[in-house]
Design a binder for this molecule. Structure first.
Ligand SMILES: *Cc1c(COP(=O)(O)O)cnc(C)c1O
Length: 461
């Protein structure tokens, strides 16, 4: 049990605010009041915990610190120790250093819609569109806000006011209210459902395409579930050949978007962008922040004529990307352009996916040992990570991590709360009365920081 020390004398708020002004703490009256109140709460908490506090220089430094913007940000950095590489709630793909640097440089004035060679107006996302063509083998590419936007744009631009065919085997809900039938309708197209939940035949497509009002066929990758049992679908190239014969574009929403079919453990079953194009899909859409490992974006590739049709659609302006995201995307795509092997080493999300269990074990052993030395109840544990974001939903990524239990008699909720509230906030997996920290999704140079945050959180509970 700790001993309380007595509270310092606390002057009235008006006097405190005058002193804040006298000390040159720059902020409006309300912001000053909020910072002073928050720090007074901290003073009371410290005194109750037996730590002497005075309203001295240290107090005023803390108030000034609270008024600064960055330390009070609510959208702040986290350490993802969940083992889920593309964790949507933690911001999906971690960016490569090259992407971070590029985005920072572009955050000021940037060569965005001007050609430096001629000094004349240039196209905003030309570099990204050229790189998309280069890394996917498509004729042309376009980048918008996210894959949801890419899909809406594709359906709206190709089939607004007309028919869009979608098989019932692919009526996927991606999450929340994002459901394919609704996407088609909200894009202003008439949904033409074919087949049943478990089976669709080539003749179902052929019959639907007899309707002259059909303006596109949509296919959706079942990225977050699998179909088993009495099931059946035509081969992708059969559907593509039929669409070609009838002169109707085939749009494939790929979701996670592996570029070539790299040797990515856990993602082997994910169809690649190149394979989808080779199978004859006309327009392929995928996310920038899933298996591409870059910023949030929706990427569209296909033949020039169709991509230009999408680019000139009125919606494109509403869905366009910010310059920092375009810069981050250009840098990420440039890493992919170096080849699959280089991308596996230099794109953090891919590197984390490719880690083998034996790469993680020595790190877990060191961390568990040092936590134990700091009186934290910790042990090495085998982990089952995931790709995340719906990709390869049933594949475990076996690795190693550390299992931390709260001090005897204490609640695991208090421990996870303290971890989440740390700076950066630490997010692990709660199980069996403790927190599992999977090292797959922690970059090795941050192990020491994670360890210090765990010690601080364990001792705060
Ligand atoms: C993830 C996903 C989407 C949504 O992509 P966002 O980039 O999150 O908008 C759409 N379709 C499929 C198949 C997906 O996997």
């Amino acid at each position: 049990m700790t001993r309380e020390t007595s509270f310092p004398r606390i002057p009235p708020m008006n006097e405190l605010l005058d002193e804040a002004v006298a000390r040159g703490i720059e902020a409006g009256r309300e912001a000053q009041r909020a910072a002073v109140s928050a720090e007074l709460n901290q003073v009371r908490a410290d005194c109750r915990a037996g730590k002497a506090r005075e309203l001295d220089d240290g107090f005023w430094q803390a108030v000034a610190h609270r008024i600064k913007v960055l330390p009070t940000m609510r959208l702040r950095e986290a350490l993802n120790a969940t083992g889920v590489v593309l964790h949507t709630n933690l911001g999906r793909a971690p960016w490569a250093p090259e992407a971070i640097e590029a985005a920072q440089a572009a955050s000021q004035a940037a060569v965005l819609e001007v050609s430096p060679e001629s000094g004349r107006r240039g196209r905003r996302e030309r570099a990204v569109s050229d790189l998309l063509a280069e890394v996917t083998g498509a004729e042309s590419g376009l980048a918008v806000n996210n894959n949801a936007a890419a899909l809406t744009l594709a359906v709206a631009s190709l089939a607004r006011g007309r028919g869009c065919v979608l098989a019932r085997t692919e009526m996927v809900e991606i999450g929340g209210s994002y459901r394919m039938p609704e996407v088609v309708r909200s894009a202003g197209a008439r949904l033409i459902e074919i087949g049943t939940t478990n089976r669709v035949h080539l003749k179902d497509y052929a019959e639907a395409l007899d309707d002259p009002d059909v303006a596109c066929v949509l296919r959706v990758h079942r990225s977050n579930f699998e179909l088993h049992g009495f099931v059946g679908e035509p081969e992708p190239d059969e559907i593509a050949a039929l669409c070609r014969e009838r002169g109707v574009p085939l749009v494939f929403d790929l979701g996670s978007g592996v570029l070539q079919g790299a040797g990515l453990p856990g993602a082997e079953e994910e169809p690649s962008v190149s394979a989808a194009l080779k199978a004859g899909c006309d327009v392929v859409t995928f996310s920038g922040d899933k298996l591409l490992g870059g910023p949030q974006a929706g990427l569209i590739v296909g033949p020039k004529s169709l991509v230009e049709k999408l680019r000139s659609d009125m919606l494109t302006r509403s869905l366009r990307l910010d310059k920092t995201l375009l810069a981050g995307l250009e840098a990420t795509l440039s890493l992919h352009a170096l080849g699959e092997e280089a991308a596996l080493r230099r794109v953090p999300a891919l590197r984390q996916l490719a880690l083998r269990a034996e790469d993680l074990l020595p790190r877990a052993e060191v961390m568990a040992q040092q936590l134990q030395a700091a009186q934290v109840d910790a042990q090495v544990i085998e982990t089952a990570g995931r790709v995340g974001s719906g990709a390869a939903p049933v594949r475990d990524l076996i690795g190693w991590g550390v299992f931390v239990k709260p001090h005897a008699g204490l609640d695991v909720d208090a421990l996870t709360y303290a971890l989440r509230m740390g700076r950066p906030g630490v997010f692990g997996r709660v199980q069996d009365g403790g927190v599992l920290l999977d090292l797959r999704t922690i970059e090795p140079e941050r192990d020491a920081e994670l360890q210090a945050l765990v010690i601080a959180a364990a001792n705060a509970t």
